[in-house]
Design a protein around this ligand. Structure first.
Ligand code: HEC
Length: 149
């Protein structure tokens, strides 16, 4: 019985180690991926509202926009020490070749998330919400197409 329990523990440890190895990312790379994941989750919450699949919820939008704001700008670019794009990072070296464009886009995301938050907290119309979210998502695309694998 003891042997069986031991084997089960060993097996579950192997599984969890494998899961960590698959994620692979550590340190700043993990931190920025986690930040981006959090940003991605917020966008996933808001897109159905933009498409009309869910009712527009300004309180939720304000919360989501604040989370994005908090993971963008200098908070985000501080997690990109030069050359930190080894596997499993999807960051391209162009980031450090064109640092000012990269930081510019990170700041633009910060500003657009702030604008989205303002639309939600100031009771502006649903159309204005849709426009502000669309604007912000354009910044995601610009940065990913130039700086992410
Ligand atoms: C200033 C550039 C920039 C902006 C703006 C940006 N991203 Fe990213 N994003 C990146 C980079 C670089 C990576 C890859 C990071 C890595 O793997 O080291 C990334 C990775 C991701 C990932 C994958 C995270 C993971 O688990 O590996 C998601 C999801 C994501 N971004 C969503 C978004 C969304 C949604 C927006 C807009 C609201 C956005 N990003 C805006 C640069 C940006």
């Amino acid at each position: 019985m003891k042997i069986l329990v031991g084997a089960a523990v060993a097996l579950s440890m192997t599984v969890s180690i494998a899961a960590i190895a698959h994620e692979g990312a550590t340190g700043v790379v993990k931190e920025r991926m986690d930040g981006m994941k959090a940003i991605g989750q917020q966008v996933k919450i808001m897109v159905p509202m933009m498409k009309g699949a869910l009712p527009y919820d300004p309180e939720q939008v304000a919360k989501s926009a604040a989370i994005i704001e908090g993971h963008s700008g200098e908070t985000f670019t501080a997690l990109f020490p030069e050359g930190s794009n080894e596997h499993p990072s999807e960051a391209l070296s162009d980031i450090w070749d064109d640092w000012s464009t990269f930081t510019g886009l990170a700041n633009e995301l910060n500003a657009k998330a702030g604008a989205l938050k303002a639309v939600a907290t100031n009771g502006q119309s649903e159309d204005e919400f849709k426009a502000a979210l669309g604007q912000m998502m354009r910044t995601c695309k610009s940065c990913h197409s130039d700086f992410k694998d």
